[in-house]
Write a protein that binds this ligand. Structure first.
Ligand code: NAP
Length: 540
């Protein structure tokens, strides 16, 4: 092969490179600029928004309620109003556009740029798919939990000749389901939203359900500009309260513990929380549902009673809300629904119970479980190689040249859910071994990004050029999480929290489960005195 000369005109050095332009990346870009630390951002998609750029499926919206699903940047929240308690994907993209307009974020961002190759030689070198080289001193990975799509290894998947689409791959214009035979595989937060939306259309819909989701009434409503304007004087307090809470939502807790309440008191509490909608029934409930099967069953039974009353078809009722608890409440992510249970009851909707009749194969015409069903469109709402997939795809090697894939072959190992041994000055946001999916997104992202800025400012003040976690501390961080996890009910369900949704992935708790409040205390405690870090100072 002859010498191919690389075009180096697009290469550049920046003190900080942020990868990813969702909530984590945009907040990091803003805060680094505010701190006076030079920064650039690269993003794979066409604009800011992260998951809200990729997720354009019918009915996409967030399960985190207003006003908490936004960043605590006053100049942004003072000048933006949402329309709904649970904003849609469209509204969330508008929010990101607004944030960009107010903060002029695009000035420092490059889109349509995928990083695939990251190496260390005293600084980080990031190679992009379009052959650009970006070098930096600090690398901040904001690649999100839900980037790498999960295509289950269904036999014959490639044979299907109709439209096959992953939930994160819908075109901007959407799809026309009218008059079509549509299948949806998957019953997580995404599947529920797609099914309840498509069921209303003039289509014949088949939902393939393996584990029925435990969905709670969203109680969606419009929020007026007047309501928001009158609340804005308190946003700083509300958003701060979210950050210092256990879950990133400042929900209150029951006045008494489960064991100290009577059946009547519990019923009254459950009714109260049910009526509030959103995650109240989940996160304002007795949180010992995570550790105590009796508590879990009691909450499940209330949910099943309420839910079963909404489904008239007895076969469908038993599939989506079995009377006897088959799945634990709240240790696999519950979801919010808007008339989902009425939607699946419609005559144009068929449910296939995959526990009884698993998918055998795909054919050119459709899906074979116990029989062949023919489709025009098949939607895979089958989730993601969550938490680690996006990081692995970056193809990062540590300072010894060891790929992250190899380092994490036996399980994830981070320190504080923020850094990895052998990968100096590299920080992760919305990351494994942090509260991440167990917290409201923007709240935990702010905690982590602010910590990273504090760490870098401290490095600068103390003339430190390089920080890196010590092996012993990283091992202990992971061990503490798994030990804590072993005392809970999380290991008993096949969830993506446990890496259980991807064949061959190590089964382990991927989240810090001690609460966002305890997490924040732990990471700040480590920063004080650089506990668990190796430091390199400027040579004098
Ligand atoms: P998910 O929670 O991983 O759900 C995937 C679904 O696909 C599950 O029902 C799973 O069944 C099914 N599935 C996977 N492989 C299968 C196979 N081989 N055969 C049959 N079924 C299979 O993915 P998701 O619904 O996209 O949600 C991912 C996360 O994104 C959520 O947990 C949430 O954090 C976030 N999200 C949030 C919102 C929101 O805020 N409104 C909306 C969408 C997504 P099993 O459960 O039996 O494995």
């Amino acid at each position: 092969m002859g010498n191919v000369t690389r075009d180096i005109s697009n290469d550049f050095y920046t003190e900080t490179l942020v990868i990813g332009g969702g909530f984590g990346g945009t907040y990091a870009l803003h805060k680094f600029r505010q701190a006076g630390i030079p920064v650039k951002l690269v993003e794979a998609g066409i604009d800011f928004g992260g998951v809200w750029q990729w997720n354009r499926y019918p009915g996409a919206r967030v399960d985190s309620e207003f006003p908490f699903y936004q960043l605590s940047i006053p100049e942004v929240y003072k000048t933006f109003n949402f329309k709904e308690r649970f904003p849609s994907d469209v509204e969330l993209r508008q929010y990101f556009q607004h944030m960009d307009k107010i903060l002029n974020l695009k000035k420092d961002a490059i889109f349509n740029t995928i990083v695939e190759g990251v190496t260390w030689d005293g600084q980080w070198t990031c190679k992009t798919k379009d052959d650009r080289i970006i070098t930096c001193k600090y690398l901040v990975l904001c690649t999100g939990s839900s980037y790498k799509k999960n295509f289950p290894p269904f036999r014959g998947l490639e044979k299907f000749s109709g439209t096959l689409i992953h939930s994160a791959g819908f075109p901007e214009a959407g799809i026309d389901a009218s008059g079509k035979r549509v299948a949806v595989i998957g019953n997580g937060a995404t599947g529920v939203q797609i099914i309840q939306e498509l069921a209303k259309e003039d289509c014949s819909l088949t939902a393939y359900i393996r584990t029925p989701i435990i969905a709670l009434p969203m109680q969606q409503r419009s929020v007026t500009t007047q309501e928001q304007e009158s609340l804005k004087s308190f946003y700083n307090v509300l958003l701060k309260a979210a950050r210092v809470s256990k879950t990133g939502f400042p929900y209150n807790s029951p006045a008494k513990t489960f064991s100290k309440t009577s059946d009547e008191e519990r019923e009254a509490l459950f009714e109260d929380l049910w009526g509030r909608g959103g995650f109240s029934f989940f996160l304002s409930n007795f949180l010992d549902f995570v550790v105590d099967k009796k508590v879990n069953e009691c909450i499940y039974n209330f949910w099943a009673k309420k839910t079963r009353a909404r489904v008239q078809d007895p076969v469908k009722r038993d599939i989506v809300a079995p009377l006897k608890q088959e799945h634990l409440f709240g240790v696999k992510r519950p979801s919010l629904e808007q008339n989902y249970y009425e939607a699946i009851d419609r005559p144009n909707v068929e449910l296939v119970n995959l526990k009884k009749t698993p998918i055998l194969e795909f054919t050119e015409e459709g899906i074979v479980s116990e029989e062949l069903r023919k489709f025009d469109i098949i939607v895979l709402a089958t989730g993601y190689d969550a938490m680690t997939g996006s990081l692995m795809d970056l193809q990062i090697k540590d300072k010894e040249g060891r790929p992250l894939q190899e380092k994490w072959k036996g399980g994830v190992e981070t320190y504080l859910g923020l850094m990895v041994e052998g990968m100096p000055n590299m920080f992760m946001v919305y990351s494994p071994q942090a509260p991440t999916a167990l917290s409201n997104g923007p709240s935990i992202i702010e905690t982590q990004v602010d910590w990273i800025i504090d760490a870098i400012q401290k490095m600068k003040t103390e003339d430190i050029v390089m920080i890196e976690p010590q092996h012993r501390f990283a091992v202990q961080w992971g061990k503490d999480i798994q030990d804590m996890n072993a005392k809970t009910l999380y290991p008993l369900e096949n969830s993506w929290y446990m890496g259980a949704n991807i064949p061959g992935k190590v089964r382990e708790q991927l989240m810090y489960i001690g609460g966002a409040d305890a997490y924040s205390a732990a990471i700040h405690n480590a920063l004080d005195g650089w506990k668990g870090f190796d430091l390199r100072r400027h040579e004098i």
